[in-house]
Write a protein of this length. Sequence first.
Lengths: 287, 140
Amino acid sequence: MSATHEPITGKYVYVPYGGYEYRVFYEEAGEGIPLVCLHTAGTDSREWRHQLADPDINKNFRVIAFDLPRHGKSIPPVGFEREEYRLTAKFYSEFVMAFCEALELEKPVIMGSSMGGNICLHLALNFEERVRALIAIEACDYSPGWYISWLEHPHVHGGEACATSVFGLMAPQSPEDYRWETWWYYSQGGPGVFKGDLHFYSVDHDFRELNDKITGNVPIYFMTGVYDFACTPEMTQQTADKVKGSECIIMEEIGHFPMCENPETFKKYLMPVLEKILAAEREPTKA
Amino acid sequence: MAEFDSRWMNAWQDVVNNDATLSLIGRYFTTDFLIGFGEKEYRVSVREGRIERITDNLSIETPWSFALRAPRESWERFAQKVPPPMYNDVWAMAHPLHGRLKMDGDVKVMWQNIRALTWMLARMREVPDHAVVEERATRV
């Protein structure tokens, strides 16, 4: 009798950035074009377990999901106890590229959700020569309203409050077990980490004056679920209308966490996007 | 369609008080909060996750900790078996982007009990239909 294993392996890599070596945990599965997956605010790479393990995806892509410092199994930098954590667009975008460099990934596809979707805009603007395509899930140019003190207040249970604050971002049609699994991930962030991430999501990320500066040289696929009240389909569509080289896909019966709240429904929308990226690979003459 | 009258509120109270999960996750949820469906307001007295009493006999001397007030139409959508986008959650309705529900008062108490409160409000979707509710005695 042999045990059932998933095809995912986890590793730790040291990522040099800003004079510090961050010990970063990542999971990977498959072979092919590197597909780097970015988790949402206040949680970690477990959100991507379905896509990592999906043979339809990992047969053509080397799927990689990493935990940002302070998240999941990536420990915070020394001295974190003396700082207020506030994620910025600069650190986030540069750190994603530093991670890709540490793993020597050649022109990866980057797919992120929520803050991981919003950062795709910054990657398109600043690192277009180093990425192959961007899949910006639940992303828009400006997403205010989430930088609130209750998410870190010591009189409030951080796990319960952070997790419950995002529960309604998921669609009622999404399977209850997956919705509660997502709630569970959110219940486990360190104190102030969710709010610190939301500093990027709702404060530092204001791309409204920058949309038209993206060249369109790198394809960007925006994908947003109709139950997302933080980044509504209208907010994504209005952003996509201004971003050259982008496509806007609105997903029915799903919310802010497509990859983990309803992987089956998400897959129906994701596979055609991955097919387009593969097709572009087969026709490299497009100059 | 949810009526939010006395009978409906009592039916919701019954659903809440028969819910096995709330007795676990609501163990520390004890407060009096105000809930407003348009002009119609009630004070809901919660003790350890159970609704002890609902009253619409309110005066300026009726104490409450926090208030959730929204137009009836917002609550009607919220209470549907499958609520539509932007109405499936009180924080969704209250979020600054949407403003379809107003959170007032000592909202710290609300955030301290947000999981049990969210679960309690979601039980509105299990209130039996109007005909069944009509048969029940009113207690409010």
